[in-house]
Design a protein around this ligand. Structure first.
Ligand code: PSU
Ligand code: MN
Length: 288
């Protein structure tokens, strides 16, 4: 394996359902470029014509960024998109699963799913995947559209270590702090790599969640984003949305209500996470 470059997986639901066109396409290309500039190889994950893919051409990225018939593929959707030869964008859970099959250990995304506010039965498949699949997921924490304390409790129950990258607090996506502690702080890719190697030596199953706060200059303080989130969550309830529809609705609605600011914040944290993931992948590669 040492002749291969370090690898970083990237997800595609953020391209198809998380961001508007054309910023989604530019962002996907920028994340790939950032990973490359740090000495790693980007592997954007998707399902195309029923085939699992890790590594896409520019034309394929454009297709995911523009086509309307690209389905959001959670793990439960995998057998049906494969059987029916459909196109699908992979969530965090599905990207982890595909990355692992391709031998990729590090993955950069924006925010993970979690336990929803107001509906404790709506628990993202991302959390179970973190419990089961050995991949390091770099994210900016989770949006406060979720019940963050319940999300962290769930991760603890299932044995998922939560790292704060350069922070002692679990970041809340648009906001750098949530008031909730992480399990351990790391300030370098090497420190994360050391924890990952220890986990492997101990034969512990599952992934590692590395959370990095949004760059300070683009942070939206909790007091400003909170009323918007509450409004979006209420609207989702009124509309009776369920299951996989909830998260894309909330993401779109918050972006509409906050305008360009939340979009700029979202793009900045995604780029930041790509750089950190590459750093971790390079550190892991160094000593095997
Ligand atoms: N949170 C974000 N942006 C996103 C997502 C979550 O801030 O794009 C996407 C990710 O792909 C994540 C998925 O895996 O939503 C979670 O959806 P659900 O809650 O339906 O599991
Ligand atoms: Mn959900």
């Amino acid at each position: 394996m040492t002749s291969l470059l370090p690898q970083v997986a990237l997800e595609s639901t953020v391209i198809s359902h998380g961001l508007p066109f054309p910023q989604n396409l530019t962002l996907a290309q920028e994340m790939e470029a950032i990973v490359r500039s740090r000495g790693a190889e980007p592997r954007t994950v998707a399902v195309l014509g029923g085939e699992l893919r890790a590594g896409l051409s520019d034309a394929e990225l454009l297709h995911l960024a523009t086509a309307r018939n690209v389905r959001k593929v959670s793990r439960r959707d995998l057998p049906l998109v494969v059987a029916r030869k459909l196109d699908g964008a992979t969530t965090v859970a599905t990207t982890m699963w595909v990355a692992h099959r391709f031998g990729i250990e590090v993955f950069a995304t924006g925010g993970i799913g979690g336990v929803h506010r107001g509906n404790d039965a709506d628990i993202s498949a991302d959390l179970q995947e973190l419990a089961q699949t050995p991949v390091i997921v770099v994210c900016a924490g989770a949006k406060a559209i979720l019940n963050l304390p319940a999300t962290l409790e769930y991760l603890e129950t299932f044995g998922v270590t939560v790292v704060g990258f350069g922070t002692d607090e679990f970041p809340a996506f648009y906001s750098r702090s949530s008031g909730l502690p992480v399990d351990v702080r790391c300030d370098s890719g090497e420190e994360v790599a050391a924890i990952w190697r220890a986990k492997r030596r101990l034969d512990l199953p599952g992934g590692l969640l590395v959370t990095a706060p949004i760059p300070a200059e683009l942070e939206i303080p909790a007091s400003e984003i909170e009323p918007v989130i509450e409004q979006a969550v209420r609207e989702a309830e009124v509309q009776g949305l369920r299951s996989a529809e909830v998260t894309p609705f909330l993401l779109t609605r918050i972006a509409q209500l906050t305008g360009e600011r939340s979009l700029r914040a979202n793009l900045a944290l995604l780029r930041n996470n790509a750089a950190i993931a590459a750093q971790i992948a390079v550190a892991l590669h160094g000593v095997g």
